[in-house]
Write a protein that binds this ligand. Structure first.
Ligand code: 4AD
Ligand code: MG
Length: 462
């Protein structure tokens, strides 16, 4: 008999229907009479299915093996449930334990393990309520991202993971090599990348933007959505060494168009999660962060504030707030500053724009003031910087000067410069950190819990 997923049984099956479900036992209660209640979860929805197994069911003699974590297959009849909290339950006719989970060694015995502990068993944590819910929210958000862009005619471009350029110019790249580093350490003092696999120094990409620009300047609106890598040694609750980024790139867009798209984009994705992940979001709001639904509704219902960097610095200086890092015009804003603006002062998302040139990468369009660039960062409560983007410098001479100023050799980026040499157009784009979005949407404190397998300094297990 074909397996039915529990979400479907709970939402659609009618009393009298015979179904087969398979999943993992969450709890078992044995009654003094000859029957047991199982709660079985198969990951298809937040709720588990209540199953009644009595001595009339084949396999009932093995019920003692159905401990927490054991996998089971149950065929039975869907019945109206007399119990509270569920519409239907299953009366088993055939019961089978597929795999036991000995109670003395199965790590997920009791509820309420700390997230730190669960990170050490990331291969089992998807079986918990919290991580099942995060998995479904992540899936819905990813789907909504594709829907948003596809419905607007954007092309999904698969940009490379291995690259020889440094998009952000921050020198936080992981080297990709087939050179025998141990051997080199023994016999020579310098690495010659000409002898390496790609004939030059290659790295894992920090961003698909530069390649996305190629397609934006050829076939029009497009986006990439893939893994990106940063070797920043920052042990914070908001940084991963491997994270997923969504990067749309649009020809003929100026910065204000870019802002409008970013705002509509965040709204669409949050709206989709609120609409489709009701039970999961209810759980996050009750158990993880009691303000998460209010925060999300605030974001979907109000326009984002737009504020030049210069004015933000003035506000911070006048705030009377004691910050760990002092603020002055020209400094990169720290998370504490960003969060003060969006959480305390405006209490809603803020798009900061026109940042000092000196703290931003080479590709951002220079303003006529000679000091600022057409950059934008979208700041949201609890997470801070969730999107970074800009209008791109489309003037070849200005771009080359900026590259030189940033210590890059324009010849190394000859193909990027060619886009300006031949048929250049104004264009813009941005990057959304997918895990920061999941942090925002779920209310989870630590970004390490917002990706199936986290990569951070000193940790790449699983
Ligand atoms: O501001 P960033 O560095 O922008 C870029 O990479 C541009 N090339 C994007 C573009 O214009 N196409 O990063 C964009 C976003 C940040 O706002 C943040 O949400 C996320 O990526 N991000 C990280 N997320 C998790 N861990 C990290 N270490 C992150 N670094 C950036
Ligand atoms: Mg940024």
């Amino acid at each position: 008999m074909l397996r039915t997923r529990i979400a479907q049984v709970l939402n659609e099956s009618q009393p009298g229907e015979i179904v087969n479900v398979r999943g993992w036992v969450r709890t078992r209660r044995d009654s003094k009479q000859d029957f047991s209640f199982l709660e079985v979860n198969d990951g298809s929805c937040f709720k588990g299915l209540q199953v009644v197994v009595d001595s009339s069911a084949t396999g009932y003699d093995t019920i003692k093996d159905a401990t927490t974590g054991a996998s089971v297959s149950i065929t039975g009849e869907v019945k109206d449930s007399p119990g509270k909290g569920q519409r239907v339950e299953l009366q088993a006719s055939e019961f089978c334990v597929l795999g036991t989970a000995p109670a003395d060694s199965y790590p997920l015995q009791k509820k309420g393990h700390s997230f730190e502990f669960l990170r050490e068993i990331a291969h089992l944590r998807p079986r918990t309520n919290t991580f099942g819910a995060i998995t479904r929210v992540r899936n819905t958000a990813a789907t909504a991202i594709h829907e948003f862009f596809q419905s607007r005619g954007f092309y999904y471009i698969q940009t490379p993971v291995i690259t020889t350029s440094d998009c952000e110019g921050a020198g936080q790249m992981f080297t990709v090599t087939t050179l025998n580093l141990e051997r080199i350490a023994e016999i020579q003092t310098q690495i010659n990348y000409a002898q390496d696999f790609f004939g030059k120094h290659a790295s894992l990409t920090v961003s698909g933007q530069l390649e996305a620009e190629i397609f934006a300047c050829s076939v029009g609106d497009c986006y990439t959505f893939g893994p990106t890598f940063r070797a920043e040694n920052s042990n914070t609750t908001r940084h991963l060494a491997e994270f997923w980024m969504v990067e749309p790139e649009m020809p003929f867009y100026e910065l204000t168009d870019n802002m409008e798209l970013a705002e509509a984009f965040i709204r669409h994705v949050i709206g989709a999660v609120l609409e489709r992940c009701g039970d999961d979001m209810e759980f996050f709001n009750q158990r993880i962060d009691k303000t998460v639904l209010d925060t999300l509704r605030n974001i979907t219902e109000n326009d984002f504030i737009r504020l030049p960097y210069t004015e933000a610095v003035d506000l911070l200086l006048q705030s009377g707030q004691k910050f760990e890092y002092a603020v002055e015009w020209g400094c990169d804003l720290q998370s504490e500053h960003e969060r003060w603006l969006t959480e305390q002062h405006f209490k809603q998302p803020v798009i900061l724009h026109d940042y000092p040139r000196t703290i931003k990468p080479f590709y951002m369009r220079c303003n006529d003031d000679g000091k600022t660039v057409r950059a934008m960062d979208v700041l949201v409560p609890r997470v801070g910087d969730i999107i970074g983007g800009s209008q791109r410098e489309e003037r070849l001479d200005v771009l080359e000067a900026r590259m030189t100023e940033c210590g890059l050799n324009p010849q190394d980026y000859w193909w990027y410069c060619d886009l300006r040499r031949y048929g250049t157009v104004p264009h813009s784009g941005f990057g959304l950190g997918f895990e920061r979005l999941i942090q925002l949407v779920t209310g989870m404190q630590n970004i390490r819990d917002c990706i199936p397998f986290h990569r951070v300094p000193k940790s790449a297990e699983f």
